[in-house]
Design a protein around this ligand. Structure first.
Ligand code: G1P
Length: 908
C-alpha cells in the first residue's frame, strides 16, 4: 500500500514517498507574469504562457505517463552508467518496483516542487527543485544538486535535455511537422534559443515575436561545454528521448555556441563539463526555462537567476510570496492535518483566478478564458483572503451584463474585459444571473458598503438579443460592445439596476410548468440538451432566494435614507406590481411581458430613466420571491413515504419531470435540495426528510460523500450530455465537490450542523486517503467511481468550502458591515485544549477569532458568554449562541484585532 503524503510542518509542506508509483499526479507552478507550469514526479507536464505559446509540449493527463518529452537531466557515471535524475530513462522505468529501483521522495510547498532520488548502486543522490519565480519573469527555474553517496570518487558527465515544443497548442495535431520548419534554433554561450519565424494558430499565420529558451549553468555560473539543439541529432537513429544516443554513446558531437539549426524540432540539450565527485561531494546546476516575450532578455535572466545562490534567494522570495498570498485565511482546529489541508484549499481560488479552467493536464479544454460563474464564485474567497479593495473588481465584472439579463461569455484576462462571441455558438446559462448578487451580497455584508449598489456601470452588447433567441441584425462589430441610447450615448445604469435586470428577466422566462427555463444549461454545464422545454426548478429556488435578498438590500438602502432609485424606463413594466400587474400563474402572460421588454431593449435603450421608491421596489421583489417559493413548495415536492421526500430539480426537453420514484428506479438529484434548503423554501420537516433521502440514495462513503444524483441509466434522454457520461463520473452521479459543499452550506444555514459537517468531513477524509484518492493536498472537482480525486486545483468548490468553514462552521460573517459571531462547531472540532481559531480579514482588517470551549460543550449546548477585543471586554454575560459586534466598535480597533470568545453552557 502506498503510504501517502504527510505534512512536515505547519506551513502546508508535504512529503510523499514513491510519488512515481502513482499516475496522474501533477503540481502547478505559476506566477503573475503568466507563466503556468505543470510538473509530475518524473518532471513531465508542460510550460506555457497561453494557448499559443507553449515551451514544453502540451500535456493532457494521459500524456503524463505516455509522453517522453519531459524535462530531463542525464548523468553518465564512470563512463558507462546512465542515470536520469528525473527517473525518465527507459532503464529506470523498467526497473520500477524491482529491488534495485531508485529511492524517491517528493517534497512540495507553496509553490515549489522537489524530488529527491537516490540509487546506491549508482552511488548518487539527486535533489531536483523546480519553481516559477514570483514576479514579472516568464520563466521556470530548476536546480539539480547531485551528491556522491558512494565511498569512491566518481566521474560524471551531466547533460540537460528539455525538448522544446515552442509553438501553439493548436499545432499538436494541426501541422506538427510543418511548424517545425519554422524553427530557427541558435546556441548561445549558455543554452538553446528557438525563435520560430511564424506562428500558425487560430489567429492565422502571423509573424512570431516570441523566443523560447532553455539555459543552463553550473552553480557558480560556469557555462556549459556545448549543446544538442535538435531532437533528431540528440536521440540519434534508433534512440529515444528516454534512451538518447547523445547520452549513451560517444558519437554525437556537441554543437558550439553560435551554431544555427533551421527547420527541425528543437531540443534544449546542454552538455556540461565532466566532473570528478569525491565521496559526499555535491555539485549543482541551474536551468532556466523561459518564454521571452515583451522585452524580456536572456541577459536579464542570467543576471538574476544563473547561480546557485541566486536560485536559493529567489526560491525563498517565491515561498514568501505564496505564503503571504494565502495568509489572509488560516484555520486552527484541533486537527493539524486538516488545517494544513485547508491551506491548500485556500490556494485554489487564487490559482483559478489566474488560470481559469484551462492549462492543467485534466483541464485540456478551453483556451484560457474564464467562465462567468467562476469569475464571481472565485471572488467569494478573495473577500477573506485578499487585502485589496474587491469592489473595483466586482464593478468591472458587472460590465459583462447584457440588457436582456444574460452576459458576455468570452471573458478576457484583464478585469472587465468582455468580448463578442467569436465562436458563434450562442449559449445562455440560466444560472448566470444569480452569481453576481451572491458575491455582491457577501461583499456588502463584509464591508457595509451598501452604496456599491448605486455605482454606475455600462452594459455589454453584441449581436445576440432576447437571451440569445434572436439576433440584432442592426448591430455590427464596428458599433463596439457597449449598450447605447437611441441618441447614440453610452448607457450606464446602477449595479442595482444590473442585478434587477438579471433577476426580473429570469422571473418571467418560464416554461410550461412555470419554473424558470433551463435554456442551454444551469450550474450543471452538462445539462445542455433541453433548451426548448427544459426547466430548472433547482435554480428557480435560487432565484427566489435572491429576489428576497435583493428586496432586503433595497430596504436597507431605504433605511440609510436613499428613498428612490433611478431605473431605465423599460424596466418598469417588469416591476408589474408597480405598473400593470399580471397573473403569475399564467406562463403566457409572463412570456409576453418579457418579450415586450426584450423588443424594447434589443438594439438600444431609450435613455429615459424613472425614479422608483426603494420600498415599493422591495415590495415587488418580495411578491415575486414568495410566489416562486410557494410554487415550488406546492408543485415540486416528491413525497416518498413518511420518512423521506425531496424536491424535483428539473424538467426535460419533453416537458417531463425528471425526478421521482419510478417503477424500476428512484431518481433523486442533490441540486434541487441544496437551494430549497439554503433559501428556506423547504420546511424544517421537509429538510429532515431531504437529509434522510440523501443519506439513503446519494451517500457513498467510498467516493467521499453525497453523489450528485442516483443512477438514471438511459432513462432521461433529453436533458443533457451528462447522461452520456458513465454513471459515477463527473456531473453524472459523482460526489461533485462544488454541489456537495453548497449542500453542506445549506445544511448549516438550516442549523443541521452535524449533517453539514458530515459532508465537509467526508470530502476531506477522501482527499487525504491517498491510497485511493491519489491526489496531492487540496479539494478535487470530484472523485471517480474508484475514489480517485479528479481535476485537482481548479475547482469552484474550494471557494465554497472556505466560505462554509468561515461563515457557517466558525460563524464569522458580516451583516451589512456588522460582525456576527455564530459558531456552529461541534465538540469534536475543538482540539484537546478546547480552543479553535481562525485568521481572516473583515472590513479589510486582519482579525483573529479564538473560541474557548473549556467545558467541551457540543453545538446546541453552548452560548457566547464573554468576548474581548484586543484585551478589552466587549460582551459580558451573554445569553445567546450568537453575538453582533457593531461596525463602529469594530472599526475603532487597530489591526490585527484579536477576538477571544468564551463559550459556556446554555441554561436549560
Ligand atoms: C465545473 C465548473 C463550474 C460548473 C461545474 C458543474 O465545476 O467550473 O462552473 O458549475 O463544473 O458543471 P468546478 O470545476 O468549478 O468544481
Amino acid at each position: 500500500m502506498n503510504k501517502g503524503w504527510r505534512f512536515i510542518d505547519q506551513q502546508g509542506t508535504f512529503e510523499l514517498p514513491n510519488p512515481h508509483h502513482t499516475n496522474y499526479l501533477y503540481f502547478p507552478l505559476l506566477n503573475e507574469a503568466g507563466m503556468i507550469s505543470s510538473i509530475t514526479p518524473t518532471l513531465n507536464g508542460d510550460l506555457k504562457t497561453n494557448q499559443n505559446t507553449f515551451l514544453l509540449e502540451p500535456t493532457s493527463v494521459e500524456d503524463l505517463h505516455n509522453n517522453r518529452s519531459s524535462r530531463n537531466f542525464w548523468l553518465r557515471v564512470n563512463g558507462n552508467v546512465i542515470w536520469s535524475v528525473t527517473g525518465s530513462s527507459a532503464k529506470q522505468t523498467a526497473s520500477r518496483f524491482s529491488p534495485g529501483e531508485d529511492k524517491v521522495t517528493l517534497i512540495a510547498g507553496f509553490l515549489w516542487h522537489t524530488v529527491i532520488r537516490e540509487n546506491s548502486s549508482v552511488g548518487l543522490k539527486a535533489e531536483v527543485t523546480n519553481f516559477v519565480p514570483a514576479g514579472k519573469d516568464t520563466a521556470e527555474l530548476m536546480r539539480v544538486t547531485i551528491t556522491n553517496t558512494s565511498d569512491k570518487k566518481l566521474t560524471v558527465i551531466p547533460t540537460a535535455a528539455v525538448p522544446m515544443y515552442a509553438r501553439s497548442a493548436d499545432n499538436l495535431r494541426d501541422h506538427r511537422h510543418v511548424t517545425s520548419l519554422l524553427n530557427r534554433i541558435t546556441c548561445t554561450d549558455q543554452g538553446v534559443l528557438v525563435k520560430p519565424t511564424l506562428s500558425f494558430d487560430e489567429r492565422g499565420h502571423i509573424k512570431n515575436e516570441t523566443t523560447y529558451a532553455v539555459l543552463g549553468v553550473e552553480e557558480d555560473g560556469t557555462e556549459p561545454v556545448g549543446f544538442f539543439p535538435d531532437t533528431e541529432t540528440f536521440i540519434g537513429e534508433g534512440g529515444m528521448l528516454d534512451w538518447p544516443l547523445a547520452v549513451i554513446g560517444d558519437d554525437v558531437p556537441v554543437s558550439p555556441p553560435g551554431t544555427l539549426v533551421q527547420g527541425y524540432e528543437a531540443m534544449g540539450g546542454i552538455r556540461f563539463a565532466e566532473i570528478e565527485l569525491e565521496p559526499n561531494e555535491e555539485r549543482s546546476y541551474i536551468l532556466i526555462l523561459s518564454i521571452l516575450d515583451g522585452g524580456l532578455e536572456v541577459s536579464s535572466l542570467l543576471d538574476r537567476f544563473a547561480t546557485a545562490s541566486h536560485f536559493s534567494s529567489e526560491l525563498e522570495r517565491t515561498k514568501d510570496y505564496w505564503r503571504a498570498k494565502i495568509s489572509g485565511l488560516s484555520f486552527k482546529t484541533g486537527d493539524l492535518q486538516f488545517d494544513n489541508w485547508l491551506r491548500w484549499v485556500a490556494l485554489q481560488p487564487v490559482l483559478r483566478r489566474r488560470i481559469g479552467n484551462s492549462f492543467l493536464p485534466y483541464h485540456d479544454y478551453g483556451r484560457g478564458g474564464r467562465g462567468w460563474r467562476d469569475l464571481w464564485q472565485d471572488t467569494l474567497a478573495l473577500l477573506f483572503i485578499d487585502h485589496r479593495d474587491v469592489s473595483e473588481i466586482l464593478l468591472n465584472h458587472f460590465a459583462g451584463v447584457r440588457m436582456d439579463g444574460s452576459n458576455a461569455t468570452i471573458i478576457g484576462i484583464n478585469s472587465g474585459d468582455f468580448k463578442a462571441d467569436r465562436n458563434n455558438i450562442p449559449r445562455v446559462w440560466m444560472d448566470h444571473g444569480l452569481w453576481p448578487l451572491l458575491t455582491t451580497h457577501l461583499y456588502i455584508n463584509q464591508s457595509g458598503n451598501l452604496n456599491f449598489l448605486l455605482q454606475e456601470q455600462v452594459y455589454f452588447k453584441d449581436y445576440l438579443s432576447h437571451r440569445a433567441r434572436q439576433r440584432d441584425a442592426d448591430w455590427s462589430p464596428d458599433d463596439g460592445t457597449l449598450v447605447r441610447t437611441a441618441a447614440g450615448k453610452i448607457y450606464r445604469g446602477s449595479v442595482l439596476e444590473h442585478i434587477l435586470i438579471q433577476h426580473l428577466t429570469a422571473f418571467y422566462n418560464v416554461g410550461e410548468h412555470n419554473n424558470i427555463l433551463l435554456e442551454d444549461a444551469d450550474w450543471n454545464d452538462a445539462l445542455d440538451m433541453a433548451n426548448q422545454r427544459g426547466e430548472s426548478v433547482a435554480f428557480t429556488a435560487f432565484y427566489s432566494g435572491n429576489l428576497r435578498i435583493l428586496g432586503e438590500l433595497c430596504l436597507a438602502l431605504a433605511n440609510q435614507g436613499v428613498k428612490s432609485i433611478s431605473l431605465a424606463s423599460e424596466i418598469i413594466d417588469l416591476l408589474d406590481t408597480l405598473s400593470t400587474p399580471i397573473d403569475y400563474q399564467s406562463v403566457s402572460n409572463k412570456n409576453e411581458r418579457l418579450q415586450h421588454y426584450f423588443d424594447l431593449t434589443s438594439h438600444t435603450v431609450s435613455g429615459v430613466k424613472r425614479d422608483v421608491s426603494l420600498e415599493h421596489l422591495a415590495g415587488d421583489l418580495f411578491q415575486k420571491a414568495d410566489w416562486l417559493a410557494q410554487h415550488i413548495q406546492n408543485e415540486e415536492w416528491i413525497e416518498n413515504g413518511h420518512e423521506s421526500g425531496w424536491f424535483n430539480s428539473y424538467y426535460d426537453n419533453q416537458g417531463q419531470r425528471v425526478e421521482g420514484v419510478f417503477e424500476d428506479q428512484v431518481r433523486m438529484m442533490l441540486t434541487g435540495q441544496v437551494f430549497t434548503l439554503m433559501f428556506g423554501i423547504a420546511s424544517d420537516a421537509q429538510a429532515r426528510k431531504i437529509v434522510q433521502s440523501a443519506d439513503r440514495y446519494l451517500f457513498d462513503t467510498s467516493v467521499g460523500g453525497y453523489r450528485l444524483n442516483t443512477d438514471f441509466g438511459e432513462s432521461v434522454s433529453e436533458l443533457g450530455r451528462v447522461f452520456g457520461f458513465a454513471f459515477g463520473h463527473k456531473e453524472n452521479g459523482a460526489m461533485f465537490s462544488h454541489m456537495a459543499t453548497m449542500y453542506a452550506n445549506a445544511l448549516y444555514k438550516r442549523n443541521l450542523v452535524k449533517e453539514g459537517w458530515k459532508v465537509l468531513k467526508n470530502i476531506f477524509d477522501q482527499s487525504q486517503h491517498f491510497s485511493v484518492s491519489r491526489m496531492y493536498p487540496g479539494i478535487p472537482e470530484y472523485f471517480s467511481p474508484r475514489g480517485r480525486g479528479m481535476y485537482p486545483y481548479l475547482t469552484g468548490s474550494a471557494s465554497w468550502y472556505l466560505l462554509t468553514m468561515l461563515t457557517e462552521v466558525y460563524g464569522v460573517r458580516g451583516d451589512l458591515g456588522q460582525l456576527v459571531l455564530e459558531p456552529k462547531l461541534t465538540r469534536e472540532q475543538f482540539g484537546p485544549d478546547g480552543i479553535v481559531s481562525v485568521d481572516t480579514l473583515f472590513a479589510k482588517k486582519k482579525m483573529n477569532v479564538r473560541y474557548h470551549n473549556p467545558e467541551a460543550l457540543d453545538y446546541g449546548q453552548y452560548i457566547l458568554t464573554e468576548i474581548t477585543a484586543n484585551g478589552v471586554l466587549i460582551l459580558k454575560a451573554g445569553t445567546h449562541p450568537s453575538a453582533v459586534i457593531p461596525a463602529e466598535i469594530f472599526s475603532s480597533y487597530e489591526e490585527p484585532i484579536m477576538l477571544e470568545v468564551m463559550l459556556g453552557p446554555k441554561e436549560s
